[in-house]
Design a protein around this ligand. Structure first.
Ligand code: XMP
Ligand code: MG
Length: 175
């Protein structure tokens, strides 16, 4: 079986939106203790582009998570594979996600991060699939709303492949 990927959001549109989000975050976090929490693995590309458009003193932390269950379905029960390296107590945490699908994963992460007593916790997600919402979690900074299709690229994977694509694409299988 061969697979190929069609473009859903090209790299120019992504770059433009990431610039806008960076400018918005810069305006909103002036004078605060911004800590960006990059949720691994999916948001590593988005985070690395986004930080270069945030013109503020800030920190970056990484939270490694692995979803239990099937590859393309979320159980919302996540295993922490890499924890933050420094406390975020009193800091303004901005969680950077690749995609909010059912909302279960981000809800779980927000519960976890709130136990660390940050001054604030907000969410920045590149993508959102509202059709699949099971828990409503406010997304404070959103790149794109997409339809209910499985997407890859720009950090997102299908069985660990395609994270390196510079665009968001749809996997099409053909036999
Ligand atoms: P939930 O449903 O908990 O899912 O909001 C969030 C996590 O599920 C993965 N996910 C995807 N990964 N293409 C992917 O590569 C997709 O279309 C997709 N939808 C959900 C992803 O790991 C995300 O953090
Ligand atoms: Mg994934």
């Amino acid at each position: 079986m061969a697979t190929n990927v069609s473009t859903m959001i090209d790299s120019d549109r992504i770059a433009q939106r990431v610039r806008e989000l960076g400018a918005e975050i810069t305006r909103d976090y002036v004078g605060r203790n911004l800590v960006l929490v990059c949720v691994l693995k999916g948001s590593f590309v988005f985070t690395s582009d986004l930080v270069r458009h945030i013109d503020l003193p800030m920190r970056v932390e990484f939270l490694g998570v692995r979803s239990y269950g099937e590859d393309t379905k979320s159980s919302g029960v996540v295993q922490i594979t890499h924890d933050l390296t420094k406390p975020v107590e009193g800091d303004d945490v901005l969680v950077v996600e690749d995609i909010v699908d059912t909302g279960l994963t981000i809800a779980h992460l927000l519960d976890l991060l709130r136990t660390r007593k940050p001054a604030s916790v907000k969410v920045c997600s590149l993508l959102h699939k509202p059709a699949r919402t099971r828990i409503q979690v406010p997304i404070d900074y959103l790149g794109f709303t997409i339809e209910d299709k499985f997407v890859v690229g720009y950090g997102l994977d299908w069985a660990e492949r395609y994270r390196n694509l510079p665009y968001i694409g749809l996997v099409e299988s053909s036999s």
